[in-house]
Design a binder for this molecule. Sequence first.
Ligand SMILES: Nc1nc2c(ncn2[C@@H]2O[C@H](COP(=O)(O)OP(=O)(O)O)[C@@H](O)[C@H]2O)c(=O)[nH]1
Ligand SMILES: [Mg+2]
Length: 360
Amino acid sequence: MEYFKGMEEKGLIVMEGVKGGHDGMSQSSPKRFRKKKQEQLDIPTLASEVRTGSRTSLSKAITLVESSNAWHKEQAQDLLQELLPFTGESVRIGITGVPGAGKSSFIEAFGTMLCRMGKKVAVLAIDPSSSLSGGSILGDKTRMEGLVRQENAFVRPSPSAGTLGGVHKKTRETMLLCEAAGYDVILIETVGVGQSETYVRGMVDFFLLLVLTGAGDELQGMKKGIMELADAILVHKADGDNLRPARRTVQEYKQILHFLQPSTPGWASTSLAVSSLERTGLEEVWSMLETFEETIKKSNYWTVRRHEQTRDWFHSMITDHLIDSFYKNPSRKAQVRNLEEAILHGRLTVTQGVNQLFEE
Ligand SMILES: Nc1nc2c(ncn2[C@@H]2O[C@H](COP(=O)(O)OP(=O)(O)O)[C@@H](O)[C@H]2O)c(=O)[nH]1
Ligand SMILES: [Mg+2]
């Protein structure tokens, strides 16, 4: 974090002339004053409350981590640093599938089963559709009513509308907070659209894809890419009339997976039939996860992957930070537009345009 602080300070020095500008954060009220006023939040106390498993404190900690307020951000990092030694002990599971595949229902059924087994289960959601549709938040809450009532469960709904593009980037930090709070299993739900699967794959140990039957056509159309992200494909809603077709579909997926690149080296991705309605197949999913954990820890890829994930996270934050600080200068956008014009009219080459931006 020292590194980022350093960069921020440098940014501030360069930006001296535009203080009090667009973001309202750097206005005339001196930083020292703000600090003093908000110092009531006692980070060591909050940290120990999170560790004792207080869900209220965990919620408070997550809100702090999600805040875009500069002072909160600093405090959030202090909190995370304090809790870092107590993180890393959970099994991190990503769950994806098209809307309606039954992800929330599966999490409810599976999570409740795990709680009854004595596990502590945290549920997080990354929902890129929520800022458009107003969110699946309501739906998910009713879908997870049973789970929410479990003493061992913690359910954090999708970030609220309009905050996308920032808050979901905090999911990794939220996950660390949950681990420090003693959660054994972290379930991260994401809608299977756009980049969110790749993003979630990059932060979990195990990645589950939920699909439906009648997939003959779907199999054709389904992108190979997403199947190659999955450690297991669950054919969901395998109940009633759907049971037989579901079993057939499982066989089809197994065959296909056989020919694809496995998502985790040393693990043959597989397929299972599950019904969250009838609560069947859930135990098989858990025992598969246990086998996975054992196998992958033995090969040491568990740790290797987590290190890779943290490294990637660090590098993507560097990129984000560079982009942010590049556009921080309010005149930057106009400058870029002008250069664009010049390039499109053939007065400059693209490389010359870029050089001009970075020459100063
Ligand atoms: N028959 C059947 N229906 C299910 C099952 N799980 C979920 N559903 C239904 O599928 C619909 C979508 O479920 P939901 O969990 O909201 O899907 P999500 O959009 O992927 O989170 C709901 O109407 C559920 O009642 C199941 O195991 N069997
Ligand atoms: Mg859902």
